[in-house]
Write a protein that binds this ligand. Structure first.
Ligand SMILES: Cc1ncc(COP(=O)(O)O)c(C=O)c1O
Length: 402
């Protein structure tokens, strides 16, 4: 049966794989396709959508992206925007304000800019911001806070997945006792789920404890919720409930909403109204954004239901794959959609990757230093019958270990 093609074609996949020569440009959780350069035969059967266990979602090829936009436009003509105002961009902003329960939302070209502008403006005249040690803000934003916005980031929770209230209280006490001038701490930020901790979802009670304390003390709160829908899908805490504990929340338009890029920052109207000027100062005001916002609006619709289906199907798949000889898939503590796949010695991971890819158009990541493959479930699972996926793995493994 012909299925809708929502994935990259094999040729595009190799182009993505080829990007591994510039690894610093690729977010760490997108790794996985890198050692596939030997699998260059294109015997593509694009009658089935590609299933990948690597990325946040389908990673559209340009052709698939255009086809999808066309489909969206046919169903409901896409309305143009002008420097982000009006049209489908405005519709998406309104939808984000609604789902986060905030007064307003604004489109920005990147999540990096959303995070940086949020902490800069929330901080007022204060200089310090508490950030998670493993956060995107601290590790992956090129020291923008320090070099562009004159902020001093105080990282907490080193060698842990996330910090707790104790860590925050200690840090504040330490700063007060060990610095002559008053602390000047303005904002505490949290990332949830945590990309550098395999999609760990911070227990909601921990978030509530930290944010209640910060509010009592008068600190502002920002949430990097690039993948907040995933945290919500696994924890069952609604996006609006998470957002209610923060002054501002950012959600990515491309992680799970399949846009080419883009971010939404949500908060009070008075706060959000300051953002357009700041985006312009940074040179990020773009004439047309509809190709990103139309795609994101399309995928925002029904995301919670689809993810309940991904979780159900993913759990079933994992329990069935675990019955195969030599396959062990385990969950991460407080995890979401990222699992650890361990293969027995007699299964050659490269050969398994090759077989799954060339025979069944399925992608898995590469083995890391701990001998594990990060196994990620996402919406591409929904494009195939789970029995077909299980059969593919069984056939590939049987062919290797008999
Ligand atoms: C947790 C988190 N925050 C922020 C970002 C930044 O997003 P952007 O690439 O839109 O700047 C990313 C992107 O990888 C991310 O994973």
């Amino acid at each position: 049966m012909k299925k809708q093609n929502e994935g990259t074609s094999r040729r595009d996949f190799f182009k993505i794989g080829g990007l591994s020569t510039i690894p610093l440009l690729i977010p760490p959780m997108a790794y996985g396709a890198s050692s596939l350069s030997e699998v260059l035969k294109d015997n593509s059967d694009d009658s089935k959508a590609a299933v990948n266990f690597i990325y946040d979602g389908p990673m559209f090829s340009p052709q698939d992206y255009l086809a999808k936009l066309n489909e969206i436009d046919k169903a409901n003509p896409i309305e143009i925007d002008y420097y982000s105002s009006g049209g489908v961009t405005k519709a998406l902003e309104e939808e984000f304000a609604r789902i986060t329960g905030k007064e307003k939302a604004i489109y920005l070209p990147t999540g990096t800019m959303a995070n940086q502008l949020a902490i800069k403006l929330l901080n007022g005249n204060n200089t310090k911001v508490i950030v998670p040690d493993n956060s995107h803000v601290f590790r992956d934003e090129a020291d923008a806070a320090q070099s562009v916005h004159n902020l001093r980031l105080i990282p907490l929770g080193k060698d842990k997945s996330y910090f707790d209230l104790n860590d925050v209280e200690h840090a504040i006490q330490y700063l007060d006792q060990n610095e002559v001038f008053k602390s000047g701490l303005g904002t505490v930020m949290i990332e949830n789920p945590i990309r550098r901790a395999d999609g760990t979802v911070i227990p909601f009670e921990t978030i509530v404890e930290i944010t209640n304390y910060c509010r009592e003390q008068g600190y502002k709160l920002h949430l990097d919720g690039a993948r907040l829908h995933i945290a919500s899908a696994y924890s069952k805490v609604p996006v609006s409930e998470y957002a209610s504990h923060f002054d501002t929340v950012y959600i990515s338009l491309y992680k799970y909403l399949n846009a080419g890029s883009g971010a939404m920052l949500c908060g009070d109207a008075a706060f959000i109204d300051q953002i357009p000027h700041q985006i312009k100062i940074l040179g990020g005001t773009m004439l047309r954004n509809w190709s990103n916002t139309a795609m994101a609006l399309h995928y925002l619709n029904g995301i919670d239901q689809r993810w309940q289906e991904v979780i159900r199907t993913g759990a079933y798949l994992i329990s069935e794959l675990n019955k195969l000889d030599g396959v062990t898939i385990t969950a991460v503590k407080n995890g979401s959609n990222v699992f650890d796949l361990k293969l027995a010695q007699e299964i050659n991971p490269q050969e398994l990757t090759r077989l799954l890819f060339t025979e069944y158009d399925m992608r898995i990541g590469t083995t890391n230093e701990q001998g594990l493959v990060k196994f990620k479930v996402n919406e591409t699972l929904l494009s195939r019958d789970p029995e077909e996926i299980i059969h593919a793995w069984k056939a590939a493994i049987d062919s290797m270990i008999g």
